[in-house]
Write a protein that binds this ligand. Sequence first.
Ligand code: FAD
Ligand code: FES
Length: 251
Amino acid sequence: MQRDICRILSNHKVTGNIYKMVIESRIISKKALPGQFIHIKPGDGYDPLLRRPISICDLDADNSQVTLLYRVCGKGTRLFTHTKTGDFLDVLGPLGNGFPIFHSKRVAIIGGGIGIAPLLYLSKELIEAEVYLGFRDETYMIEDFMKYSDNISIYTEDGSKGNKGYPIEALERNIRSYDVVYACGPKIMLRAVKNLCEENHIECYISMEERMGCGIGACLVCACESSSNEEYKKVCTDGPVFNSKEVNLDD
Ligand SMILES: Cc1cc2nc3c(=O)[nH]c(=O)nc-3n(C[C@H](O)[C@H](O)[C@H](O)COP(=O)(O)OP(=O)(O)OC[C@H]3O[C@@H](n4cnc5c(N)ncnc54)[C@H](O)[C@@H]3O)c2cc1C
Ligand code: FES
């Protein structure tokens, strides 16, 4: 883990409360794996005090560029929107473990909402993944995913773009075609993917979201329940990516 002061190369609204930021970091762009995250100091002062975790969405190692996709939902992410091209961002990373990459297996990726963020870099690394993406209404980053996969299914809850419904419905129909499924998104979706994969004996990796403090394994703020019910896992250092069998997603 390293601290880096990164120059912001661009930061703009994609749609609604979704923003895309590109930062310059030689260290992160050379080292980060799909599924890893960075821990960003939201402003110059002490409010908010804690850094905010944001996934690596894409990388361009040749040009030292790291792409982030973020949804504005509170003080920290709102402060991100105030930063402009040429400003600097105080970043720790890359942090966490990342998704295991299997090139010789049949793989599916499923993402919901802002949970699609770490899946773009993953689909780039997997090359031939089939991708299922779900959104409430507005879709985003579809063209970016199309650069890395020829097989993308889009779902919106209201049917305004792509198919009406949820991507899990399509994954369920095709589940027997895959050896491995990767997922990131709302907990309700992760739980459904975990259950579907485990019932069909398909290997499944999920990226978990918990509130974070330190981001480096020292504070336990990010603890989540392990499937053994006897111990907790730290999302920041044991994850954020877990084999679905390792974690308990029941309420
Ligand atoms: C490993 C990891 C990777 C992430 N990657 C991304 C990403 O790529 N893009 C992105 O937009 N967001 C991502 N997040 C979520 C992001 O970190 C939070 O949305 C952000 O920290 C909220 O900060 P805030 O100050 O804007 O909101 P706050 O004011 O802190 O909170 C606003 C609301 O969001 C809820 N909230 C805050 N943090 C979380 C969380 N971690 N999980 C669930 N609910 C939360 C709060 O309970 C509150 O209701 C990631 C989280 C983790 C743990
Ligand atoms: S955020 Fe501190 S231990 Fe995970």
